[in-house]
Design a protein around this ligand. Structure first.
Ligand code: SF4
Ligand code: SF4
Length: 162
């Protein structure tokens, strides 16, 4: 770990869903991560789900359009630096959110995300007139991204829980 890292750079600063890419689970906060990570790609190669890619400057990013994260920890295990935190902690605070493109919200029958979610974190709330809105129970959502990879119109994204 770089000796110049301050406690604030390690633990401070909220994740900004618009500016910050999604790093692998258990990654340190963005500033610390990019100071420590050497962009070697070992975590990318280790991921059995093939959801890690080399992003800007070679740092790993998660690409959920391919598959979900199963939280196996292979990425963290493969890291020879100290770019990952304790696996005793939650892997991240990301939860699913639904955008305007959702088919159910537009009156088209679709329950794929709810059926695909292992933790039953998505409920489809029916409304008068045939429309329905998916609702997320944040406490049950692990941020695995399974719903993102399966959504036919890519209407789901992850945001950090407040
Ligand atoms: S925890 Fe496993 S599945 Fe998830 S990104 Fe890391 S290596 Fe891939
Ligand atoms: S991210 Fe995973 S746990 Fe959360 S709603 Fe989607 S499928 Fe369910």
């Amino acid at each position: 770990m770089s000796a110049s890292l301050s406690r604030k750079s390690l633990f401070g600063g909220a994740w900004d869903s618009k500016a910050d890419p999604i790093r692998p689970p258990w990654s340190l906060p963005e500033t610390a991560f990019t100071e420590i990570c050497t962009a070697c790609g070992d975590c990318v190669a280790a991921c059995p789900q093939s959801i890690l890619l080399k992003g800007r400057a070679g740092y790993p990013v998660v690409e959920f359009s391919r598959a979900a994260c199963d939280f196996c920890g292979a990425c963290a295990d493969a890291c020879s630096e100290s770019a990952f935190g304790s696996r005793d902690e939650s892997p991240w605070r990301l939860t699913a959110h639904f955008g305007d493109g959702c088919l159910s919200s537009r009156g088209i029958t679709c329950r794929v995300c709810a059926e695909w979610c292992d933790t039953h974190a998505i409920r489809i709330r029916l409304e008068v007139g045939g429309r329905a809105h998916p609702q997320i129970e944040e406490a049950a959502c692990t941020g695995c991204g399974a719903c993102i990879s399966i959504c036919p119109v890519k209407a789901i994204h992850l945001e950090e829980a407040i």
